[in-house]
Design a protein around this ligand. Structure first.
Ligand code: GLY
Length: 362
């Protein structure tokens, strides 16, 4: 078992990582002096698989638990669900000293975290991520929120968790498609910050796709370290934190244009990374060998690197709603090599469209 600390002054918190890390939950609850009833938020996919294990750990502390099961999926990441959760918390008697647990993937973490951010103007919560995307990205860093049908994560709050418990054993039930989509975010961390992590991902495709937990430990831990260091330096995304959005300006446009249904988030990010690399190449930041090496790595994980029936117009339109745009200018995170990125907001519409067009042909 390994513990990393995210150092954010009085909002610092531990990330406990390992096979069986869930057994550390009672200790985390003790350190938070949790009392009364704990709110456990999960969804219809994860609740039946892992809910009981978490309830057992909570009861071991002599605490009561109110289980709130959300319908699974991105379409349920919306404001009405927050109202329902807050009503459940109130009826269960949760108060400002209570703790919420978010057991699930990115949607559960973002929704439960946002409910914790606004209920009684903010109560504590612990992330127990059950997907790779959530373990290496969304559970760390305090971004919480919900979607509007026009744009993803457009309503939200920065609200840091009080702890993150990453139990690798919970990944054994993760569907293969979700596994691959999560590994796209790990590859992203390699491209933005650590060439040797990228090489590790190239060298361990078979073991990682077989969910070899020993092979998964390093890239998950390293991703949390990379993300943690960025969040410590720039919690509220004034600059450096935007590096984490590599592939996301295109990726969010792709997700929105496809109605959030065709691609998982990580799949859209993989496509977005390909478009971003093509854009970087056309701006002279990287050579074709970089673009191809990144594409090949994503392909070996079974991730999409082309979308032949994409409507470039629809993706371009959706990208205009990007909340990171400033004065109507889209901001792109672009590679300069493996482990190095720059920010550019001087890119013309035609250059963006040309980069998207590279996704049309295989
Ligand atoms: N997933 C991007 C961030 O947390 O900033």
């Amino acid at each position: 078992m390994d513990t990393l600390t995210i150092n954010l002054g009085d909002r610092s918190y531990p990330i406990i990582i390992g096979e069986g890390a869930l057994c550390k939950l009672p200790e985390v609850l003790t350190s938070l002096q949790a009392k009364g009833t704990v709110g456990l938020v999960t969804d219809t996919n994860v609740g039946p698989l892992h809910g009981d294990k978490v309830v057992t750990q909570i009861r071991e502390k002599g605490l009561n638990v109110k289980v709130c099961v959300l319908p699974a999926g991105e379409p349920y990441k919306r404001l009405a669900v927050i109202e329902g959760l807050c009503e459940d918390f109130l009826l269960a008697g949760l108060d400002r000293s209570s703790v919420i647990l978010a057991l699930g993937g990115g949607v559960v973490g973002d929704v439960a975290g946002f409910a914790a951010a606004v209920y009684m103007r903010g109560i504590r919560f612990i992330q127990i991520p059950t997907t790779i995307v959530a373990q290496v990205d969304s559970s760390v860093g305090g971004k919480t929120g919900v979607n509007l049908s026009e744009a993803k994560n457009i309503i939200g709050a920065f609200h840091q968790p009080s702890g993150v418990v990453i139990d690798l054993c919970l990944l054994t039930t993760l569907p293969d498609r979700e596994l691959r989509a999560g590994l796209a975010e790990v590859i992203k961390h390699g491209v933005i910050a650590d060439a040797s992590l990228f090489e590790y991902m190239e060298d361990h495709v078979d073991a990682l796709l077989k969910k070899d937990l020993a092979a998964l430990t390093y890239p998950i831990r390293r991703s949390c370290e990379i993300k943690g260091a960025i969040v410590e330096a720039d919690e509220r995304e004034q600059g450096l934190r935007a590096n984490l959005n590599y592939g996301h300006t295109f990726g969010h446009g792709i997700e929105a244009a496809s109605g959030y249904e065709r691609f998982l988030h990580g799949e859209a990010v993989a496509l977005g990374m390909c478009a971003a690399a093509a854009l970087a190449n056309s701006l002279g930041l990287v050579d074709v060998a970089f673009v191809e090496r990144q594409r090949r790595c994503l392909q070996r994980y079974g991730l999409p690197t082309h979308w032949p029936d994409m409507s470039v117009d629809a993706v371009w339109e959706s990208m205009q709603h990007d909340k990171k745009a400033k004065a109507g200018k889209l901001k792109f995170v672009l590679p300069e090599g493996f482990g190095r990125v720059v920010h550019r907001s001087d890119v013309s519409e035609s250059e963006v469209r040309r980069a998207l067009e590279t996704l049309l042909t295989v």
